[in-house]
Write a protein that binds this ligand. Structure first.
Ligand SMILES: *Cc1c(COP(=O)(O)O)cnc(C)c1O
Length: 416
C-alpha cells in the first residue's frame, strides 16, 4: 500500500479525509485535541490564588492544612484522597477522551484491578478478548478467579461470537483493540450494543491506540483503561495507568476502590511526568504512525519475513474496521520471520538502533521476541492458542528518522 495516503489524524491538516470521519477533534469545550493535550489541567496553578507557574508544580505534601477542624480549607485533605498534581493530570486525561472523569493509577495493572473490583461481584462472568495483554490475563486467571468470578476468553474479532457467549451472569466485556502483540481489532460500537442489551459494562483497554487515535467512549464503551506507561507518557520514564469514563456512578465506584480500597494512586512526580509527556502525544503519534507504516511496508517486501501484522496495511484482515474506528493505525508492528527462536535472537542481536526491551509507546524504537520476553510467563499451550509463535517479533516503533530505522533493519536482515 502507499503509505503516503495515510498520514494519520492531523488536527492542523487540510484535506485529510480521516479528520472528517466523526472523530472527536473538537471537544465539548470547542478546543481541538492538540490544544487540550497541551493545556487541559494546567489552569489551577495560574488561576486565582495560584503562583503563576506555566506548568503544574509537583505537590509532594502528603497532608494539607485545615484552618478549622473538619474543613479542608484549600480543597485538599490527604494526598491519597486528592492531590493537586494528580488532579491536573486527571483533568487532562478526561479532556483527551472528551470525558467527565479520569482517575490516575500507579500502573495500568492497578487501573485494571481497581476497575474490576469496582464493577464485579462473586458469581459474575467476564467475557474477554482471547488476544489480551498477558499481564491482564494473569490478573484475571490468577486473581479474579479466586474471588468467584468466572472468566471466558472469546475471539472478539467477530461480534457474533461474543453475542453467543453472553449469559445473564455476564457483567463485564473486557476488550483491547488493537491487541498485543498480534494487532487484532474488535468492533467497539457492535460490542457496546451487546453490552447494553445484556446489561453488562464494556471496558476497552485503549493503551495501543491512545486517545489520539481512538475514542472508545464515542462508540459507546462505558470506560476506557490505559497504561500511561506507554504512549500517553511516551518517554520510558514513568509507570502509570488510568480509568476514564462519562458514567458518574462508575467513576465514583472506581474512586472509592482507588482511594479507600487499594490505595493505588499515581505519585505526584509521575503525574508531573505524564502531564509533560501527554502534551506532545499528537505530534509523537503522528511520527510513530508514519514510521510504523513505512516499516510495515518495508517488512512486507523483506524475503525473510513471512507475515506482517499492522492494521494500516490493506492486507490486514480488519483494515476496514481500523479505518472506520481509528483515527490512525498506531505505532506497533509485529511480524513473523522464516525461522524460530534462534533466528529471532540473531536478528535482534544484529540491530543497533532498536533496543531489545519489553514495553512500548515511547520515543525510542524497541524490539522484542514475545516467546522469550513479554509472553514468557504465559504457558506454552496458551501462547499457541493465542498465536504467539517462536517466529513472532514485535516492534514498538519510535519517532526517530524513518530512513535510519529501515537501514538498521536491512543491515540486520542481511546478517541473518
Ligand atoms: C503495558 C500494558 C498494560 C499494563 O500496564 P502497566 O503500566 O505495565 O501496569 C495493560 N494493557 C496493555 C495493552 C499494555 O500494553
Amino acid at each position: 500500500m502507499d503509505a503516503s495516503d495515510r498520514d494519520g489524524r492531523d488536527g492542523n491538516d487540510d484535506g485529510d479525509d480521516r479528520n472528517d470521519r466523526g472523530g472527536s477533534d473538537e471537544g465539548d469545550d470547542g478546543l481541538g485535541f492538540e490544544t487540550r493535550a497541551v493545556r487541559a489541567g494546567e489552569e489551577s496553578a495560574s488561576g486565582p490564588g495560584g503562583s503563576g507557574d506555566i506548568v503544574t508544580p509537583i505537590h509532594l505534601a502528603s497532608t494539607f492544612v485545615a484552618d478549622r477542624p473538619g474543613d479542608p480549607t484549600h480543597g485538599y485533605k490527604y494526598s491519597r484522597l486528592g492531590n493537586p498534581t494528580r488532579d491536573a493530570l486527571e483533568t487532562r486525561l478526561a479532556a483527551l477522551d472528551d470525558a467527565r472523569h479520569a482517575s490516575a493509577f500507579a500502573s495500568g495493572t492497578a487501573a485494571t484491578t481497581c476497575f474490576c473490583l469496582s464493577v464485579l461481584e462473586p458469581g459474575d462472568r467476564v467475557l474477554a478478548f482471547d488476544s489480551l495483554y498477558g499481564g491482564t490475563r494473569v490478573l484475571f486467571d490468577d486473581l479474579l478467579a479466586r474471588f468467584g468470578i468466572e472468566i471466558e476468553y472469546v475471539d472478539a474479532t467477530d461480534p457474533e461470537i461474543v453475542a453467543s457467549a453472553m449469559t445473564p451472569e455476564t457483567a463485564l466485556l473486557w476488550m483491547e483493540t488493537p491487541t498485543n502483540p498480534l494487532l487484532k481489532l474488535c468492533d467497539i460500537e457492535a460490542l457496546a450494543g451487546l453490552a447494553d442489551e445484556g446489561d453488562a459494562t464494556l471496558a476497552v483497554d485503549n493503551t495501543f491506540a491512545s486517545p489520539y487515535f481512538q475514542q472508545p467512549l464515542s462508540f459507546g464503551a462505558d470506560a476506557v483503561v490505559y497504561s500511561t506507561t506507554k504512549f500517553l507518557n511516551g518517554h520510558s520514564d514513568s509507570v502509570g495507568g488510568a480509568v476514564v469514563t462519562n458514567d458518574d456512578a462508575l467513576a465514583e465506584a472506581v474512586a472509592f476502590v482507588q482511594e479507600y480500597g487499594v490505595g493505588a494512586m499515581l505519585a505526584p512526580f509521575d503525574c508531573y511526568l505524564a502531564l509533560r509527556g501527554a502534551k506532545t502525544l499528537p505530534v509523537r503519534m503522528r511520527q510513530h504512525e508514519h514510521n510504523a507504516l513505512e516499516i510495515a511496508s518495508y517488512l512486507r517486501e523483506e524475503k525473510r519475513v513471512t507475515e506482517v501484522y499492522y492494521p494500516g496495511l490493506e492486507t490486514h484482515p480488519q483494515h476496514d474496521l481500523a479505518a472506520r474506528q481509528m483515527e490512525g493505525f498506531g505505532g506497533v508492528v509485529s511480524f513473523e520471520i522464516d525461522g524460530g527462536t534462534e533466528e529471532a535472537r540473531t536478528l535482534l542481536g544484529e540491530l543497533e538502533l532498536f533496543d531489545v526491551a519489553v514495553s512500548l509507546g515511547s520515543v525510542e524504537s524497541l524490539i522484542e521476541h514475545p516467546v522469550s520476553m513479554s509472553a514468557s510467563y504465559v504457558s506454552e499451550a496458551e501462547r499457541q492458542a493465542a498465536g504467539i509463535t517462536e517466529s513472532l517479533i514485535r516492534v514498538p516503533v519510535g519517532i526517530e528518522r524513518t530512513e535510519d530505522l529501515i537501514a538498521d533493519l536491512k543491515r540486520a536482515f542481511e546478517a541473518l
